[in-house]
Design a protein around this ligand. Structure first.
Ligand code: GH3
Ligand code: MG
Ligand code: MG
Length: 517
């Protein structure tokens, strides 16, 4: 009967050791899925060695035999505390980096201490075997190093539990169950070890390996049924299904592997039957998208719809890699993400317009005018097509302000801008160049043509005075012209300066005139 209990205990402990080894292997295999997985795998492996050593120890009937198995246990036992704390910290996102080494200073001391028993600091007297119930239990007198070893283990379990408890307190609802399981499993070995040290265990046996077995079962439950390591994919799925960006997952042959609800909204042709089929097939009806998919890997912008109803998408492609058991990774497909950027594009367009528009009159400002003039000069270098510049200044405008007020002056400026715009071609550009000075760019217009246009403008201004609030305000303009023709080079600064000079001459020679330099 007594033999049966020992065999049973060995059997149980060996089973626990195998279970821990299996757990270590599983977590090692999945070590990329959770930050603490590698540490946890090492911890489980060390616990397996401990349980295995203890299974050997309890069956011994000689001190030498029991000590041999204790040596096996001590291959793993000193490291458990450090690994336990490290796993808890990593799980809770604490970045320990090189400081992790500090957790293993005491384990190194106790590891060496156990095997050398330096100056009897670990064991103060030779070990003996005492008969307790059906077992022979190794009895030892603990020295300061052994005390340190035990205290470190206890404190480590305590710190680990505390870290898990604080993790539980801050865990999001999604992680609550997982966090609770970790707290519970972190308390169990601590409790077992405490019971053993307080001599409360049956026959003075170390029940920590049994509590480790329970921890192991709990962890297994956590991993496979509560999804400790599966929560990341769960969260990923949640994001995949709820984000507003449309996502298509394609294999290396551009066959559709997956898509999210946002993709269905954007591409109504998508349905379950599209899975496994080549995208070119069902995207044929939407050439813009098909074209975007063929483009290079760089992000591109795509407009769907016309004018005001247009929606804009930024299309990005990400290569997808899969890592094999050997750790080598190879591309297995790509994810195509369609992010709607209509609001950003509209804002960008609005900012651009504002930067190029004169706020009083709503026509182009000096900046836009200068850019257009520069472009025209570049074009001229290529096609030698003549173009002209008009510089228009209102005559005696100060008097308008003085007589009718500044606001009336503003209204006059707006009217003049409008008149200029309506009297010119769509290809011409009218800009407010300064206070009451306007400038016009006339592409494909020679000096003669520009003179005719300027004259037309001048006459139109004097012919129709501006009426407002019962007043009639006469308006006249002076115009300076400069042109770029085949025999001179196009230089924006030079053209503006010449037009200014001509305008100056028009002013000097009586105003309400057109002059060419
Ligand atoms: P000139 O025939 O020599 O051009 O005489 P002028 O009175 O028009 O003289 P000048 O061009 O030097 O004066 C420009 C005046 O235009 C001065 C300023 O009060 C007025 N002005 C400039 N910008 C604005 C504006 O935005 N609104 C109004 N109401 N007046 C402006
Ligand atoms: Mg002026
Ligand atoms: Mg003026």
């Amino acid at each position: 009967m007594s033999i049966d209990v020992v065999v049973l205990a060995r059997f149980l402990l060996t089973g626990i050791a195998l279970l821990l080894a299996f757990l270590a292997a599983v977590t090692w295999h999945r070590r990329k899925e959770a930050p603490e997985a590698t540490t946890f795998a090492l911890l489980a492996a060390s616990m397996a060695v401990y349980a295995f050593g203890y299974a050997g120890e309890i069956a011994q009937t000689t001190v030498a035999g029991a000590q041999r198995w204790l040596d096996v246990e001590y291959l793993a036992l000193p490291w458990a505390g450090g690994l336990w704390v490290l796993a808890a910290l990593r799980h809770n996102g604490v970045r320990v980096r090189l400081r992790a080494v500090l957790l293993f200073v005491i384990p190194v001391i106790t590891f060496v201490g156990h095997y050398t028993n330096f100056h009897n600091l670990f064991y103060t007297a030779p070990m003996t075997l005492v008969h307790r119930g059906p077992f022979w239990v190794l009895q030892m007198e603990r020295g300061p190093l052994s005390m340190l070893d035990n205290s470190f283990l206890l404190v480590s379990f305590l710190v680990g539990s505390w870290v898990y408890v604080s993790g539980f307190r801050h865990a999001s609802p999604l992680y609550r169950k997982q966090a609770a399981i970790l707290v519970l499993s972190s308390l169990l070995p601590f409790a077992g070890y405490f019971v053993f040290l307080a001599n409360l265990s049956p026959w003075g046996l170390d029940i920590a390996p049994i509590t480790l077995g329970l921890t192991c079962v709990l962890m297994f439950y956590g991993i496979f049924y509560c999804g400790i390591f599966d929560l990341a994919p769960v969260a990923r799925n949640l994001i995949f299904n709820s984000i507003r960006d449309a996502v298509l997952v394609l294999d290396m042959h551009d066959r559709l592997l997956d898509f999210n609800p946002a993709a269905c909204t954007l591409l109504p042709v998508l349905n379950k039957n599209s899975l496994g089929t080549e995208v070119s097939g069902w995207l044929a009806g939407i050439p813009d998208f098909a074209h975007a998919l063929e483009q290079s890997e760089k992000p591109i912008e795509l407009a769907i719809g016309r004018d005001a109803g247009s929606r804009f998408y930024e299309i990005r492609k990400w290569p997808l890699f899969s890592s094999s058991l050997t750790g080598a990774s190879r591309q297995v497909g790509r994810a195509v993400i369609f992010a709607e950027v209509t609001a950003q594009i509209q804002l960008r367009e609005e900012l651009r317009l504002r930067a190029e528009t004169d706020s009083l009159t709503g026509i182009a400002n000096r900046r836009r005018y200068y850019q257009a003039l520069e472009t025209e000069c570049l074009l001229f270098a290529r096609n030698r097509s003549p173009f002209s510049v008009l510089m228009i200044d209102l005559d005696y405008f100060k008097e308008v302000n003085d007589q009718y007020g500044h606001q009336a002056g503003d209204t006059v400026l707006r009217c003049v801008a409008q008149r200029l715009e309506t009297s010119l071609r769509k290809t011409d550009l009218v800009a407010r160049y300064g206070g009451e000075e306007f400038s016009v760019l006339l592409p494909e217009t020679s000096e003669v043509g520009a003179m005719a246009i300027a004259e037309r403008i001048r006459i139109a201004m004097t012919k129709d005075p501006i009426t407002m609030d019962g007043f009639t305000i006469p308006v006249s303009v002076s115009v300076g012209i400069s042109s770029c023709s085949a025999d001179n080079a196009a230089d924006p600064e030079k053209l503006l300066k010449e037009a200014d000079l001509a305008l100056y001459r028009a002013k000097a020679t009586g105003r309400n005139r057109v002059e060419v330099i």
